[in-house]
Design a protein around this ligand. Structure first.
Ligand SMILES: NC(=O)c1ccc[n+]([C@@H]2O[C@H](COP(=O)([O-])OP(=O)(O)OC[C@H]3O[C@@H](n4cnc5c(N)ncnc54)[C@H](O)[C@@H]3O)[C@@H](O)[C@H]2O)c1
Length: 384
Protein backbone atom coordinates (compact mmCIF):
# COMPACT_ATOMS: atom_id res chain seq x y z
CA UNK A 1 0.00 0.00 0.00
CA UNK A 2 1.42 3.42 -0.93
CA UNK A 3 1.54 6.24 1.63
CA UNK A 4 -1.14 8.07 -0.36
CA UNK A 5 -3.44 5.00 -0.36
CA UNK A 6 -2.85 4.54 3.36
CA UNK A 7 -3.74 8.16 4.09
CA UNK A 8 -6.86 8.00 1.94
CA UNK A 9 -8.02 4.76 3.56
CA UNK A 10 -7.46 6.22 7.03
CA UNK A 11 -9.42 9.33 6.07
CA UNK A 12 -12.24 7.15 4.72
CA UNK A 13 -12.27 4.99 7.85
CA UNK A 14 -12.44 8.17 9.92
CA UNK A 15 -15.34 9.45 7.80
CA UNK A 16 -17.23 6.15 8.29
CA UNK A 17 -16.91 6.40 12.08
CA UNK A 18 -18.06 10.01 11.94
CA UNK A 19 -21.00 9.17 9.70
CA UNK A 20 -22.21 6.55 12.17
CA UNK A 21 -21.95 9.12 14.97
CA UNK A 22 -24.00 11.54 12.85
CA UNK A 23 -26.71 8.92 12.31
CA UNK A 24 -26.78 8.32 16.06
CA UNK A 25 -27.13 12.03 16.66
CA UNK A 26 -29.98 12.36 14.16
CA UNK A 27 -31.90 9.41 15.59
CA UNK A 28 -31.59 10.66 19.14
CA UNK A 29 -33.23 13.99 18.38
CA UNK A 30 -36.93 14.70 18.87
CA UNK A 31 -36.65 18.26 17.75
CA UNK A 32 -35.77 18.54 14.07
CA UNK A 33 -33.93 21.82 14.45
CA UNK A 34 -30.35 22.41 15.55
CA UNK A 35 -30.10 25.04 18.24
CA UNK A 36 -27.19 27.27 17.30
CA UNK A 37 -25.27 30.00 19.11
CA UNK A 38 -23.31 32.51 17.04
CA UNK A 39 -20.08 34.00 18.43
CA UNK A 40 -18.75 37.09 16.64
CA UNK A 41 -21.31 39.68 15.53
CA UNK A 42 -19.19 41.65 13.06
CA UNK A 43 -19.22 41.93 9.28
CA UNK A 44 -19.69 38.29 8.29
CA UNK A 45 -22.51 37.75 10.78
CA UNK A 46 -24.51 40.10 8.55
CA UNK A 47 -24.34 37.42 5.81
CA UNK A 48 -24.69 34.37 8.08
CA UNK A 49 -27.63 35.42 10.23
CA UNK A 50 -30.16 36.03 7.42
CA UNK A 51 -29.21 32.69 5.87
CA UNK A 52 -29.45 30.82 9.19
CA UNK A 53 -32.76 32.52 10.02
CA UNK A 54 -34.22 31.23 6.75
CA UNK A 55 -33.14 27.60 7.35
CA UNK A 56 -35.84 25.18 8.49
CA UNK A 57 -33.13 23.11 10.23
CA UNK A 58 -31.83 25.92 12.45
CA UNK A 59 -33.00 27.76 15.54
CA UNK A 60 -30.70 30.64 16.55
CA UNK A 61 -30.89 30.71 20.33
CA UNK A 62 -28.11 33.13 21.24
CA UNK A 63 -25.48 35.52 19.92
CA UNK A 64 -22.28 36.74 21.58
CA UNK A 65 -19.66 39.42 21.03
CA UNK A 66 -16.97 40.92 23.24
CA UNK A 67 -18.26 44.24 21.96
CA UNK A 68 -21.62 43.73 23.71
CA UNK A 69 -23.55 46.35 21.73
CA UNK A 70 -22.89 44.34 18.56
CA UNK A 71 -24.49 41.24 20.11
CA UNK A 72 -27.46 43.32 21.28
CA UNK A 73 -27.90 44.85 17.81
CA UNK A 74 -27.76 41.46 16.01
CA UNK A 75 -30.16 39.93 18.58
CA UNK A 76 -32.67 42.73 17.91
CA UNK A 77 -32.19 42.60 14.14
CA UNK A 78 -32.72 38.82 13.91
CA UNK A 79 -35.11 38.33 16.79
CA UNK A 80 -32.70 36.24 18.88
CA UNK A 81 -33.81 35.91 22.50
CA UNK A 82 -30.42 35.73 24.25
CA UNK A 83 -27.21 37.70 23.87
CA UNK A 84 -23.95 37.53 25.79
CA UNK A 85 -20.72 39.55 26.07
CA UNK A 86 -18.45 36.52 26.66
CA UNK A 87 -18.21 32.87 25.58
CA UNK A 88 -18.25 31.68 29.22
CA UNK A 89 -21.66 33.27 29.71
CA UNK A 90 -22.94 31.94 26.41
CA UNK A 91 -21.83 28.37 27.25
CA UNK A 92 -23.40 28.63 30.70
CA UNK A 93 -26.55 30.28 29.35
CA UNK A 94 -29.45 29.02 27.25
CA UNK A 95 -28.63 25.46 25.99
CA UNK A 96 -27.62 24.87 22.36
CA UNK A 97 -26.23 22.14 20.09
CA UNK A 98 -23.69 23.90 17.86
CA UNK A 99 -21.52 26.99 18.10
CA UNK A 100 -20.90 29.03 14.95
CA UNK A 101 -17.58 30.85 15.20
CA UNK A 102 -17.39 34.16 13.32
CA UNK A 103 -14.77 36.03 15.35
CA UNK A 104 -11.28 37.30 14.50
CA UNK A 105 -9.29 34.46 12.92
CA UNK A 106 -6.74 34.37 15.75
CA UNK A 107 -9.49 33.49 18.29
CA UNK A 108 -10.98 30.51 16.45
CA UNK A 109 -8.84 27.68 17.85
CA UNK A 110 -9.28 28.72 21.47
CA UNK A 111 -13.03 29.37 21.22
CA UNK A 112 -13.69 26.20 19.21
CA UNK A 113 -11.90 24.12 21.88
CA UNK A 114 -13.92 25.74 24.64
CA UNK A 115 -17.16 24.90 22.82
CA UNK A 116 -16.12 21.27 22.28
CA UNK A 117 -15.15 20.98 25.94
CA UNK A 118 -18.67 22.15 26.78
CA UNK A 119 -20.15 19.40 24.56
CA UNK A 120 -21.10 21.54 21.55
CA UNK A 121 -20.64 20.79 17.86
CA UNK A 122 -18.78 23.54 15.99
CA UNK A 123 -18.98 25.22 12.61
CA UNK A 124 -16.04 27.59 12.30
CA UNK A 125 -15.24 30.30 9.80
CA UNK A 126 -11.78 29.80 8.37
CA UNK A 127 -9.36 28.84 9.69
CA UNK A 128 -10.75 26.43 12.29
CA UNK A 129 -7.47 26.78 14.20
CA UNK A 130 -4.27 28.77 13.83
CA UNK A 131 -1.98 25.82 13.13
CA UNK A 132 -2.40 22.36 11.66
CA UNK A 133 -1.31 20.84 14.98
CA UNK A 134 -3.95 22.79 16.89
CA UNK A 135 -6.60 21.91 14.28
CA UNK A 136 -5.70 18.20 14.30
CA UNK A 137 -5.93 18.16 18.11
CA UNK A 138 -9.38 19.81 17.94
CA UNK A 139 -10.69 17.23 15.47
CA UNK A 140 -9.28 14.33 17.52
CA UNK A 141 -10.73 15.82 20.70
CA UNK A 142 -14.14 16.26 19.04
CA UNK A 143 -14.05 12.64 17.87
CA UNK A 144 -13.19 11.44 21.39
CA UNK A 145 -16.28 13.28 22.65
CA UNK A 146 -18.53 12.06 19.78
CA UNK A 147 -18.86 15.64 18.61
CA UNK A 148 -18.30 17.16 15.19
CA UNK A 149 -16.35 20.20 14.07
CA UNK A 150 -16.27 21.61 10.55
CA UNK A 151 -14.54 24.58 8.96
CA UNK A 152 -15.28 26.97 6.09
CA UNK A 153 -15.14 27.37 3.16
CA UNK A 154 -18.13 25.66 1.53
CA UNK A 155 -16.85 25.87 -2.08
CA UNK A 156 -17.23 22.12 -2.68
CA UNK A 157 -21.02 22.58 -2.46
CA UNK A 158 -21.42 24.58 -5.66
CA UNK A 159 -22.87 22.87 -8.74
CA UNK A 160 -19.96 24.36 -10.71
CA UNK A 161 -17.49 22.54 -8.47
CA UNK A 162 -19.41 19.29 -8.98
CA UNK A 163 -19.43 19.82 -12.77
CA UNK A 164 -15.67 20.47 -12.87
CA UNK A 165 -14.90 17.50 -10.65
CA UNK A 166 -16.99 15.15 -12.80
CA UNK A 167 -15.51 16.53 -16.04
CA UNK A 168 -12.01 15.77 -14.75
CA UNK A 169 -12.95 12.29 -13.55
CA UNK A 170 -14.71 11.47 -16.84
CA UNK A 171 -11.51 12.37 -18.70
CA UNK A 172 -13.02 15.33 -20.61
CA UNK A 173 -9.71 17.21 -20.28
CA UNK A 174 -7.52 14.18 -21.02
CA UNK A 175 -4.59 13.94 -18.61
CA UNK A 176 -4.78 16.97 -16.31
CA UNK A 177 -1.43 18.71 -15.85
CA UNK A 178 -1.81 22.23 -14.49
CA UNK A 179 -4.18 24.64 -12.78
CA UNK A 180 -4.29 28.24 -11.62
CA UNK A 181 -6.56 30.12 -9.22
CA UNK A 182 -6.63 33.66 -7.87
CA UNK A 183 -8.61 35.75 -5.43
CA UNK A 184 -8.02 39.19 -4.01
CA UNK A 185 -9.30 42.64 -3.27
CA UNK A 186 -7.77 45.73 -1.71
CA UNK A 187 -8.24 44.52 1.86
CA UNK A 188 -10.73 45.03 4.69
CA UNK A 189 -10.67 48.34 6.55
CA UNK A 190 -13.01 47.38 9.42
CA UNK A 191 -10.72 45.20 11.56
CA UNK A 192 -6.98 44.98 12.16
CA UNK A 193 -6.81 41.21 12.76
CA UNK A 194 -6.60 40.57 9.01
CA UNK A 195 -3.12 42.16 9.05
CA UNK A 196 -1.86 40.91 12.43
CA UNK A 197 0.22 37.81 13.15
CA UNK A 198 -1.72 34.66 12.04
CA UNK A 199 -4.08 36.80 9.98
CA UNK A 200 -3.08 37.38 6.37
CA UNK A 201 -4.29 36.82 2.85
CA UNK A 202 -3.72 33.06 2.88
CA UNK A 203 -6.25 32.08 5.59
CA UNK A 204 -8.67 34.85 4.62
CA UNK A 205 -8.59 34.64 0.80
CA UNK A 206 -6.27 31.92 -0.53
CA UNK A 207 -8.16 29.39 1.58
CA UNK A 208 -11.02 29.33 -0.98
CA UNK A 209 -8.78 28.60 -3.96
CA UNK A 210 -6.70 26.07 -1.99
CA UNK A 211 -9.89 24.20 -1.06
CA UNK A 212 -11.12 24.31 -4.66
CA UNK A 213 -7.89 23.16 -6.30
CA UNK A 214 -7.20 20.36 -3.81
CA UNK A 215 -10.90 19.43 -4.02
CA UNK A 216 -10.62 19.12 -7.82
CA UNK A 217 -7.08 17.75 -8.21
CA UNK A 218 -6.62 15.81 -4.99
CA UNK A 219 -4.53 16.30 -1.84
CA UNK A 220 -1.25 18.17 -2.29
CA UNK A 221 1.95 16.24 -1.59
CA UNK A 222 4.22 19.26 -1.29
CA UNK A 223 4.18 23.05 -1.43
CA UNK A 224 6.50 25.87 -2.46
CA UNK A 225 5.53 29.49 -1.96
CA UNK A 226 6.55 33.10 -1.69
CA UNK A 227 4.74 35.42 0.68
CA UNK A 228 5.38 39.16 0.97
CA UNK A 229 4.01 42.37 2.44
CA UNK A 230 3.27 44.96 -0.25
CA UNK A 231 1.51 47.54 1.95
CA UNK A 232 3.36 47.76 5.29
CA UNK A 233 0.90 50.18 6.89
CA UNK A 234 -2.90 50.21 6.75
CA UNK A 235 -5.60 52.56 7.99
CA UNK A 236 -8.21 50.71 10.04
CA UNK A 237 -11.57 52.36 10.68
CA UNK A 238 -11.50 52.20 14.49
CA UNK A 239 -7.73 52.14 15.08
CA UNK A 240 -6.03 54.54 12.70
CA UNK A 241 -2.70 53.45 11.17
CA UNK A 242 -1.38 49.98 12.00
CA UNK A 243 1.72 48.02 10.97
CA UNK A 244 0.99 45.01 8.73
CA UNK A 245 2.54 41.84 10.21
CA UNK A 246 0.96 39.05 8.14
CA UNK A 247 1.47 38.38 4.41
CA UNK A 248 -0.76 40.49 2.17
CA UNK A 249 0.56 38.97 -1.07
CA UNK A 250 1.09 35.25 -1.71
CA UNK A 251 1.85 32.83 -4.50
CA UNK A 252 1.68 29.12 -3.74
CA UNK A 253 2.60 26.15 -5.94
CA UNK A 254 1.21 22.73 -5.02
CA UNK A 255 2.26 19.31 -6.30
CA UNK A 256 -0.58 16.78 -6.48
CA UNK A 257 -0.44 13.06 -7.38
CA UNK A 258 0.67 12.14 -10.91
CA UNK A 259 2.86 15.20 -11.43
CA UNK A 260 -0.08 17.62 -11.51
CA UNK A 261 0.94 21.17 -10.50
CA UNK A 262 -1.37 23.97 -9.45
CA UNK A 263 -0.85 27.49 -8.19
CA UNK A 264 -2.81 30.03 -6.18
CA UNK A 265 -2.22 33.76 -6.02
CA UNK A 266 -4.05 35.83 -3.45
CA UNK A 267 -3.65 39.17 -1.79
CA UNK A 268 -5.00 42.32 -0.22
CA UNK A 269 -3.56 44.50 -3.02
CA UNK A 270 -5.66 43.26 -5.94
CA UNK A 271 -7.86 45.92 -7.46
CA UNK A 272 -11.18 44.45 -8.55
CA UNK A 273 -13.91 46.85 -9.68
CA UNK A 274 -16.36 44.62 -7.78
CA UNK A 275 -14.39 45.13 -4.55
CA UNK A 276 -14.74 42.95 -1.46
CA UNK A 277 -18.24 42.03 -2.65
CA UNK A 278 -16.81 40.28 -5.73
CA UNK A 279 -20.13 38.55 -6.39
CA UNK A 280 -20.60 40.15 -9.77
CA UNK A 281 -17.06 39.27 -10.91
CA UNK A 282 -17.53 37.47 -14.25
CA UNK A 283 -13.89 36.93 -15.20
CA UNK A 284 -12.43 33.45 -14.98
CA UNK A 285 -10.59 32.87 -11.70
CA UNK A 286 -9.84 29.14 -11.82
CA UNK A 287 -8.27 27.47 -14.86
CA UNK A 288 -7.50 23.79 -15.35
CA UNK A 289 -5.52 22.41 -18.29
CA UNK A 290 -5.23 18.88 -19.63
CA UNK A 291 -3.92 17.13 -22.74
CA UNK A 292 -7.41 17.05 -24.31
CA UNK A 293 -9.09 20.24 -23.13
CA UNK A 294 -9.22 23.05 -20.63
CA UNK A 295 -11.90 24.56 -18.46
CA UNK A 296 -12.32 27.66 -16.36
CA UNK A 297 -14.63 28.85 -13.65
CA UNK A 298 -16.33 32.18 -14.38
CA UNK A 299 -16.52 34.29 -11.23
CA UNK A 300 -14.96 33.41 -7.89
CA UNK A 301 -15.28 29.91 -6.48
CA UNK A 302 -17.36 31.35 -3.61
CA UNK A 303 -19.72 33.08 -6.12
CA UNK A 304 -19.51 31.13 -9.39
CA UNK A 305 -21.32 32.06 -12.60
CA UNK A 306 -20.54 29.09 -14.85
CA UNK A 307 -17.86 26.81 -16.27
CA UNK A 308 -16.28 27.53 -19.67
CA UNK A 309 -14.81 24.54 -21.47
CA UNK A 310 -13.01 23.80 -24.74
CA UNK A 311 -11.89 20.32 -25.74
CA UNK A 312 -10.13 18.58 -28.58
CA UNK A 313 -13.55 17.42 -29.83
CA UNK A 314 -15.29 20.76 -29.32
CA UNK A 315 -12.92 23.67 -29.87
CA UNK A 316 -15.61 26.35 -29.72
CA UNK A 317 -15.97 27.55 -26.11
CA UNK A 318 -19.09 26.37 -24.30
CA UNK A 319 -20.48 27.63 -21.01
CA UNK A 320 -21.98 25.10 -18.61
CA UNK A 321 -23.82 25.42 -15.27
CA UNK A 322 -24.55 29.17 -15.44
CA UNK A 323 -26.81 28.94 -12.38
CA UNK A 324 -25.40 28.37 -8.87
CA UNK A 325 -28.80 27.07 -7.70
CA UNK A 326 -29.15 27.43 -3.94
CA UNK A 327 -25.38 27.55 -3.37
CA UNK A 328 -24.13 30.60 -1.49
CA UNK A 329 -20.74 30.86 0.25
CA UNK A 330 -22.31 31.52 3.66
CA UNK A 331 -24.34 28.30 3.64
CA UNK A 332 -21.82 26.10 5.52
CA UNK A 333 -23.41 26.26 8.96
CA UNK A 334 -26.96 25.71 7.69
CA UNK A 335 -25.88 22.80 5.46
CA UNK A 336 -24.14 21.24 8.46
CA UNK A 337 -27.24 21.76 10.60
CA UNK A 338 -29.29 19.94 7.97
CA UNK A 339 -26.75 17.08 8.04
CA UNK A 340 -26.97 16.86 11.81
CA UNK A 341 -30.77 16.70 11.68
CA UNK A 342 -31.00 14.20 8.83
CA UNK A 343 -27.92 12.12 9.72
CA UNK A 344 -26.43 12.45 6.25
CA UNK A 345 -22.74 13.18 5.71
CA UNK A 346 -22.18 16.57 4.04
CA UNK A 347 -19.69 17.12 1.19
CA UNK A 348 -17.73 19.55 3.35
CA UNK A 349 -15.17 17.50 5.27
CA UNK A 350 -13.10 18.64 8.21
CA UNK A 351 -10.12 16.57 6.99
CA UNK A 352 -10.16 18.75 3.86
CA UNK A 353 -10.18 21.94 5.96
CA UNK A 354 -7.24 20.56 7.98
CA UNK A 355 -5.34 19.76 4.79
CA UNK A 356 -5.82 23.33 3.57
CA UNK A 357 -4.63 24.59 6.96
CA UNK A 358 -1.49 22.48 6.63
CA UNK A 359 -0.90 23.95 3.14
CA UNK A 360 -1.24 27.51 4.50
CA UNK A 361 1.29 26.81 7.23
CA UNK A 362 3.61 25.07 4.77
CA UNK A 363 3.35 28.00 2.34
CA UNK A 364 4.46 30.41 5.06
CA UNK A 365 7.31 28.11 6.03
CA UNK A 366 8.37 27.76 2.40
CA UNK A 367 8.20 31.54 1.98
CA UNK A 368 10.49 32.00 5.00
CA UNK A 369 13.01 29.26 4.23
CA UNK A 370 12.92 29.09 0.43
CA UNK A 371 12.41 25.30 0.74
CA UNK A 372 9.84 22.89 -0.64
CA UNK A 373 7.68 21.60 2.23
CA UNK A 374 6.27 18.05 2.22
CA UNK A 375 2.76 17.57 3.59
CA UNK A 376 1.41 14.72 5.72
CA UNK A 377 -2.35 15.27 5.75
CA UNK A 378 -4.94 14.01 3.29
CA UNK A 379 -8.71 13.78 2.88
CA UNK A 380 -11.31 11.62 1.14
CA UNK A 381 -10.94 12.16 -2.61
CA UNK A 382 -12.73 12.61 -4.95
CA UNK A 383 -15.02 14.92 -3.03
CA UNK A 384 -17.88 14.55 -5.48
N1 LIG B 1 -16.44 39.88 6.34
C1 LIG B 1 -16.69 38.98 5.38
O1 LIG B 1 -17.32 39.26 4.37
C2 LIG B 1 -16.20 37.56 5.54
C3 LIG B 1 -16.53 36.64 4.56
C4 LIG B 1 -16.17 35.32 4.73
C5 LIG B 1 -15.50 34.94 5.86
N2 LIG B 1 -15.13 35.85 6.81
C6 LIG B 1 -14.43 35.38 8.03
O2 LIG B 1 -15.27 35.65 9.15
C7 LIG B 1 -14.48 35.89 10.31
C8 LIG B 1 -14.87 37.23 10.90
O3 LIG B 1 -14.63 38.24 9.94
P1 LIG B 1 -15.41 39.64 9.99
O4 LIG B 1 -15.10 40.31 8.72
O5 LIG B 1 -16.83 39.40 10.36
O6 LIG B 1 -14.65 40.36 11.19
P2 LIG B 1 -15.25 41.49 12.14
O7 LIG B 1 -14.09 42.13 12.81
O8 LIG B 1 -16.19 42.34 11.40
O9 LIG B 1 -16.09 40.66 13.22
C9 LIG B 1 -15.49 39.85 14.19
C10 LIG B 1 -16.28 40.02 15.48
O10 LIG B 1 -15.82 39.07 16.45
C11 LIG B 1 -15.80 39.70 17.71
N3 LIG B 1 -14.88 38.95 18.59
C12 LIG B 1 -13.53 38.90 18.52
N4 LIG B 1 -13.03 38.09 19.47
C13 LIG B 1 -14.10 37.63 20.16
C14 LIG B 1 -14.24 36.75 21.27
N5 LIG B 1 -13.17 36.19 21.87
N6 LIG B 1 -15.48 36.50 21.74
C15 LIG B 1 -16.58 37.04 21.15
N7 LIG B 1 -16.50 37.89 20.09
C16 LIG B 1 -15.28 38.17 19.60
C17 LIG B 1 -15.35 41.13 17.42
O11 LIG B 1 -15.70 41.99 18.46
C18 LIG B 1 -16.10 41.40 16.12
O12 LIG B 1 -17.37 41.98 16.34
C19 LIG B 1 -13.03 35.79 9.86
O13 LIG B 1 -12.59 34.47 10.07
C20 LIG B 1 -13.10 36.06 8.36
O14 LIG B 1 -12.03 35.45 7.66
C21 LIG B 1 -15.49 37.17 6.68
Amino acid sequence: MTRQQFLQQSAMAGAAVLLSSLEGFALSRDNKKIKVAVIGCGSVSGSYLPHLSASSFVEIVSVCDIIPERAVARAREFNVAHYYPHIDQMLAGVPFDMMITLTDMQEHGRLNRQALEAGKHVWSEKPLANTYKEGRALVDFAQSKKLRIWGAPAVVNSPQFAFMSKAIREGKLGRVSSAHAHYGHTGPTWSSFFYEELGGSLPDLGVYNLATLTGLLGPAKSVMAMTTIVTPERKIDNKGTIQVRAEDNSQVIMEHAGGVLSNVQCGFNFFDPHGHQGKSEENQTIQIWGTHGNMALAGYDWAPHGVDMVTHDHEAPQRFVPDPGDYVWQQGASVISESLVTGTEPLIAVEHALHVLEIIEAARKSGKTGRKINLKSSFKFPVV
